[in-house]
Design a protein around this ligand. Structure first.
Ligand code: GDP
Length: 492
């Protein structure tokens, strides 16, 4: 739906800023200072909640600050296609310089392709050395103003607030150069910045609206979670009716806690949301089917009662060693969706009870190697399934030794195989047995008997002490003095 709208006039939107840098260089202190001095907020009893984002007003202009996400989270959001930040502030401590996480942050900023401003922090400290920090920045290929580069750089103290105003002015100036715009009259797009299970309000999230306008009364889908836009607030806790681009908002009442970094889609009605959610659900189930064990079986029936009865019975007859996952196909006729869904399983079966299937669906099933069986009598369905499970059960092959023969003579091989003569040392040699060729203690070949002779006549078997001739097929040449160890293979 977002692709079909006619081009809307773009409006200027305010910047979204992320603060990054090495641990302990002062990111949190800086954000706290900015919030405390600029938010016209009713802070809940002074408790600092981590909401994922804050909005501030500076000289009559708005700036949205993201709550210092880890660099990994920031990169993850970007990989998902979320354009979360327009600008970064890279905090570098004046008494420390560029550190490993400073480099990580630079990497993330570079990948995001956004401009950044360096804030050299802690200049109130006696050990602060601004010029040395600029030097370490140059080594990291960050050339700040005055050092042959164009990267804005503001020395500050997040603790005392010194020059933080200048930093904010620089942010606004840089944002202006970016000419940030967005559309207003389109369904809102956004990204989940923070989400948690609120003890009072259930699954709650902070969402950054990145484009369009989110309005009360609409519905949102974020990955596999959704919510009505009803408990709808600004990040300062005030109920709102709508929120435009670059605005962080809070929405409570999700069906589940959404994942940070997932993108948001908006719908005007619940019916529209549900249409889309069905697709999401179907995809989720498909993943589950693909994860199913050996056999995936989908049950479809005329009424819920039969469906549940069949599922319960099928569970009871799963043989040991066979992994069977039973899927509830619901009631109704077997359709394309059922076939496609279950076809993701390694062995796919659909059992229909008092239901129908169209011939084109059967053709599809055949192509996708899905077995479809229809029944009208419950015990017949169970019997058939039980048999099928038994056939599909992985077999254990057991070897039953029968006897040993020493090879006395090897004749020339012909097109039918190789003829060897020997004497049975122990047990018996039945004419349909298989054998291994032992040379010393080592098994050197495997084969099976194709013909057996005793006293130059066809015979059924040789027993201990007998001499006879065997026509064999063998994987490698047999030599005189080899021992043939005969056996049968049996299913356990
Ligand atoms: P973060 O890990 O980057 O979020 O760093 P914090 O904001 O937690 O700061 C780490 C430590 O540095 C804390 O003890 C702060 O009080 C201190 N700090 C932060 N900014 C300043 C500053 O401008 N001057 C001084 N003297 N200390 C600061």
């Amino acid at each position: 739906m977002t692709n079909t709208h006619t081009k809307q006039p773009h409006v200027v939107r305010h910047p979204i800023v992320v603060i990054m840098g090495h641990v302990d260089h002062g990111k949190t202190t800086l954000l706290d200072y900015i919030r405390k001095t600029n938010i016209v907020a009713r802070e809940a009893g002074g408790i600092t909640q981590h909401l994922g984002a804050y909005e501030i007003n500076w000289n009559g202009k708005q700036i949205t600050f993201l709550d210092t996400p880890g660099h990994a989270t920031f990169s993850l959001m970007r990989e998902r296609g979320a354009h979360v930040a327009d600008l970064a502030i890279l905090v570098v401590a004046a008494d420390d310089g560029v550190k490993p996480q400073t480099k990580e942050a630079l990497e993330a900023i570079k990948k995001a392709g956004i401009p950044f401003i360096v804030a050299i922090n802690k200049i109130d400290k006696t050990s602060a050395d601004i010029e040395r920090v600029k030097g370490t920045l140059a080594e990291a290929e960050v050339l700040v103003e005055g050092w042959g580069g164009t990267v804005p750089c503001v020395p500050i103290s997040a603790k005392s607030g010194e020059h933080v105003d200048e930093l904010l002015n620089t942010v606004l100036l840089a944002a202006e150069l970016e000419e940030l715009t967005a559309e207003l009259d389109v369904p809102a797009e956004g990204v989940i910045l923070e989400a948690h299970l609120d003890s009072r309000r259930g699954p709650t999230a902070t969402i950054l609206v990145t484009n369009g306008t989110l309005t009360r009364g609409s519905f949102i889908l974020c990955g596999e979670t959704f919510a009505p836009v009803r408990i709808f607030e600004s990040v300062n806790g005030e109920a709102i009716e709508k929120a435009g681009p670059s605005t962080p908002v809070r929405v409570a009442g999700f069906n589940e806690v959404p994942r940070v970094g997932t993108l948001m889609k908006t719908f005007e009605s619940k019916a529209e949301l549900e249409k889309d959610f069905k697709v999401v659900e179907a995809l989720k189930r498909k993943k589950e089917v693909a994860k199913a064990g050996e056999v995936g079986i989908l049950v479809k029936a005329d009424v819920i009662g039969s469906l549940e009865a069949l599922e319960a019975e099928f569970k009871k007859i799963i043989p040991e060693g066979l992994e069977v996952t039973i899927f509830d196909g619901g009631v109704g006729e077997i359709g394309e969706a059922d076939v496609k869904l279950i076809s993701a399983a390694k062995r796919a079966i659909i059992i229909g009870f008092h239901t129908k299937v169209k011939s084109n669906i059967l053709e599809l099933a055949e192509r996708l190697k899905v077995e479809v069986k229809l029944f009208n009598i419950i015990y017949e369905a169970i019997d058939w399934t039980k048999e099928r499970f038994d056939e599909l059960r992985p077999r254990k092959i057991m070897r039953v030794p029968t006897g040993k023969m020493i090879v006395l003579k090897v004749f020339k091989s012909n097109s039918h195989g190789r003829v060897v003569g020997g004497r049975v040392r122990e047990g018996r040699v039945p004419k349909d047995a298989q054998f291994e060729v032992l040379r010393g203690d080592e098994v050197v070949a495997r084969g099976h008997i194709k013909g057996l002779q005793k006293n130059k006549a066809e015979a059924e078997e040789l027993v201990e002490g007998n001499e006879g001739g065997l026509l064999v097929e063998v994987s490698r040449a047999i030599e005189e003095r080899d021992v043939l160890q005969f056996f049968y293979e049996r299913e356990a």
